[in-house]
Design a binder for this molecule. Sequence first.
Ligand SMILES: Nc1ncnc2c1ncn2[C@@H]1O[C@H](COP(=O)(O)OP(=O)(O)O)[C@@H](O)[C@H]1O
Ligand SMILES: [Mg+2]
Length: 330
Amino acid sequence: MAKIIAIANQKGGVGKTTTAINLCAALGETQRRVLLIDLDPQGNATTGAGVDKNSHELTTCDVLLNACQTKEAIVSPEHVKFDVMPSNADLTAAEVQLMSIDGRERCLAEALSQVEANYDYIYIDCPPALNVLTLNAFVAANGVLIPMQCEYYALEGLSSLLQTIKQVQGSVNPRLAIEGILRTMFDGRNKLGHEVSNQLIEHFESRVYRTIIPRNVRLAEAPSFGQPIVYYDKSSRGSIAYLALAGEIIRREMASESARNAARSQTNSAGSASAARTSMDPSTVAQATTIQAQPNIASKANGEASHTDSAEREDKPAESSATQEAPPVS
Ligand SMILES: Nc1ncnc2c1ncn2[C@@H]1O[C@H](COP(=O)(O)OP(=O)(O)O)[C@@H](O)[C@H]1O
Ligand SMILES: [Mg+2]
């Protein structure tokens, strides 16, 4: 099943769309099956991925209003290695129509259940508002990736975003987690940038991605060519940073997967041990006793996922040269 991530921050211009396009492209380069859903009526993720937002009859709008099968609104552009569900200004109309639908917040979740199995990752580029569209993304997602620009007003509005996530967790979608905080458009020469970055780490700890996206003019240019940065200028700092982010996400995923497997195999051994005990084989009874004498193995293994992240943060240098050094404005 796909991991579904909403890329959200109700502030505009923080790098949501840039992250959506370039992270999908970077993950696509690693042979992951990726879908980018444009959930913003501006359709910037659509055009930035090289898809003409007005040439497709079926878009996210039709999917939300259940006017088509989900797969009918998905396109596979030839020049990139991910699929796109395009959007355009019609989505504004959908937003209004959704208001009169019962269960309006579940429309996207229900639609995605038709295609979830076809992907490893589904990223949703949210609009710059905590509206019914963003709510649909939060109900459909497993996690929220929050891009943050490390500047003076960055933290403003963060509490209402976190509050909304908490409300969704407490009601319609208990599995929703903060997947990660991503520092974007980072200018290492700016002292304030470092201060805000430190505050984020203090507050969110290992949930802040180690990868930092530097301010890089190539990232700003790429959308006008309809190309993700990995194709527009693969060796640029922006490209290296998004490839590093994809690598970090995959490693995190593998770490939590192996922690889950460890927990599962401990549970299984404990299960087979108790089954063996009923057959009264003395050696297995002894083994079972040993396993039972190690309490909380499963919960310890579960805890290792977050551990790995924080250990990684301290032990290893930056994900790439684009990340931890003070990146100059290019
Ligand atoms: N790392 C970056 N370096 C330089 N420009 C960037 C970077 N990230 C985004 N931009 C530019 O900043 C503007 C806002 O980014 P965008 O991704 O559209 O933000 P949002 O989707 O949050 O509104 C766009 O013009 C984009 O090209
Ligand atoms: Mg955007």
